[in-house]
Design a protein around this ligand. Structure first.
Ligand code: BES
Ligand code: MN
Ligand code: ZN
Length: 488
């Protein structure tokens, strides 16, 4: 939905007013008119503000007031607020509201006054639904919703305009990522991802170069070519370049673009295999992040690198036992064709290293092991640089995208040692997320690199308290926050 930020929305134009209130809320620090309405509603209904408590009251202007509880003030965090905002969108849709306002009278810890932006971006993304291919019984009554996030009276107009612009750009980027991720594998092929990257690049004035098979062969990207062998779809290597004139730093973003992962010859069990259309969510995160960064004119040079292919078991597919010479010249013994993400990322990380950026960040739905460790609460973070890791964790904490650090110690090398080649592509089940990260590190030549394993966070297996089923947009918010933090 479209989101405005305002100190004083026009009450007569509102269909529905929402107030998110923690338990024992004393003062509601918004315009007296609004505060009066909210206080009246609380008094009349005996509303206590417990988590999951919500009450809708019929009033005069606006006609409907809904109170949503946030629970105890000291356990208040962004993830709780996100759930409440998701609820707002659901209730507004059910009521067929067109114009709503949201009052959130509290400050969140660690946000240093940037609450309006973070709340507005989550609100803007809260009504997302991927219904492109629903042709029957589509909900026609609920149209587009225009929302106003109400801020305290003291907020200055410049901050409001900035927050609004940032929130809209980030929410639009999250939509780009979700639409790409949710698109079915028969549609979202490597060529399709490349076309979308070109469209987005054109829209925001970024350079985009798409390399096809011939160019990939010329660059000797052995990993990407090996994985592609079993597929009838041509591979792509996509390069996005956002180079603002005032840039002081250069960041390379690398995203895994497997448009469908069947496992290849080491084929996956069929249960939930349909979820492997999401195996390009890292690629989507890179495209979305560059879209937002360019729209916000963040003065950091960004190069986006996306290796993309399907992983299928066709007649010419790569096989266990094959030895592949990668772009870097290192050799890899394939022991499991389902460990394909690291094969294509290795070439992209080598390519990124040659550009000598200040930082390399990669995004990949890389291992089931990471999902076993962290579930969907956090992405796995691996880095060769403590300062970078700490910074990313803090950025994620601020915008509600949790990262949890896991090790990529050299001692995991034993797991991927090969008798036949420089290394093998899988270290087995134990420590699977770490041995995968260590494999990637073998191809990184940059003192400030981080790998985000988003296998558990890139998509929701079903609807949860914060979002609908499907792609979540993971990666965009934390990366924009990181890019902005480089300027502070
Ligand atoms: N794309 C998968 C990882 C994945 C699993 C993402 C579940 C999301 C949910 C990846 O390519 C993969 O198959 N990894 C293997 C690695 C193993 C063969 C070493 C895995 O995790 O089982
Ligand atoms: Mn796989
Ligand atoms: Zn995969």
């Amino acid at each position: 939905m479209k989101v405005d930020i305002s100190r004083d929305p026009k009450l007569s134009k509102l269909d529905h007013l929402f107030a998110l209130v923690p338990e024992k809320t004393a003062d509601i620090n918004v315009s007296p008119d609004l505060a009066g309405i909210v206080k009246q509603a609380i008094d009349d209904s005996g509303f206590e503000g417990r988590t999951d408590e919500s009450i809708t009251i019929l009033a005069e202007q606006p006609r409907k007031v809904t109170l949503i509880g946030l629970g105890k003030p000291d356990s208040l965090n962004i993830r709780g607020v996100r759930a409440a905002l998701y609820n707002v969108a659901k209730i507004a849709k059910k009521h067929h509201d067109r114009t709503i306002a949201v009052v959130a009278p509290f400050a969140l810890p660690k946000l240093d006054g940037r609450d309006p932006r973070v709340l507005a971006e989550y609100l803007a993304a809260a009504d997302y639904k991927y219904d492109t291919y629903i042709t029957q019984n589509k909900d026609k009554k609920s149209g587009p919703i225009a929302a106003t996030l109400v801020v305290t009276e003291g907020t200055d107009s410049k901050a409001i305009r900035r927050d609004q612009k940032e929130a809209q750009a980030i929410a639009d980027a999250v939509r780009t990522v979700r639409d790409l991720g949710n698109a079915p594998g028969n549609l979202a092929t490597p060529a399709f991802i490349a076309r979308r990257a070109e469209e987005v690049a054109k829209e925001v004035g970024v350079k985009c170069t798409v390399h096809g098979r011939a160019a990939i062969e010329k660059m000797k990207m052995g990993g990407l070519l090996a994985v592609n062998r079993g597929s009838a779809e041509e591979p792509r290597f996509i390069v996005l370049e956002y180079a603002p004139r005032r840039a002081k730093q250069h960041v390379a973003l690398v995203g895994k673009g497997i448009t469908f992962d069947s496992g290849g010859i080491s084929i996956k069990p069929s249960e939930k295999m349909e979820e492997m259309k999401f195996d390009m969510c890292g690629a989507a995160a890179v495209i979305g992040t560059i879209q937002a960064a360019a729209r916000l004119e963040i003065p950091v040079k960004i190069t986006g690198l996306i290796p993309s292919t399907e992983n299928l078991p066709g007649g010419r597919a790569y096989k266990p036992g094959d030895i592949i010479t990668m772009m870097s010249g290192k050799t890899v013994e394939v022991v499991n064709t389902d460990a394909e993400g690291r094969m294509i990322l290795a070439d992209a990380l080598h390519y990124a290293s040659k550009l000598k950026p200040n930082h390399i960040l990669d995004y990949a739905t890389l291992t089931g092991a990471c999902v076993v460790a962290l579930g969907s609460e956090a992405a796995g973070l691996f880095s060769n640089n403590d300062e970078l890791a700490q910074k990313l964790i803090e950025c994620g904490e601020r915008v509600g995208e949790r990262l949890w650090r896991l090790p990529e110690w050299d001692s995991y090398k034993d797991l991927i040692r090969s008798e036949w080649a420089d290394m093998k592509n899988s270290g087995g089940r134990w420590g699977g997320a770490s041995s995968a990260a260590l494999f990637l590190k073998e191809f990184v030549n940059c003192p400030s690199w981080a790998h985000l394993d988003i296998a558990g966070t890139a998509y929701a297996e079903g609807e949860n308290a914060r979002e609908p089923k499907g792609a979540t947009g993971a990666g965009v918010r934390v990366t924009i926050e990181f890019l902005q933090s480089l300027l502070r």
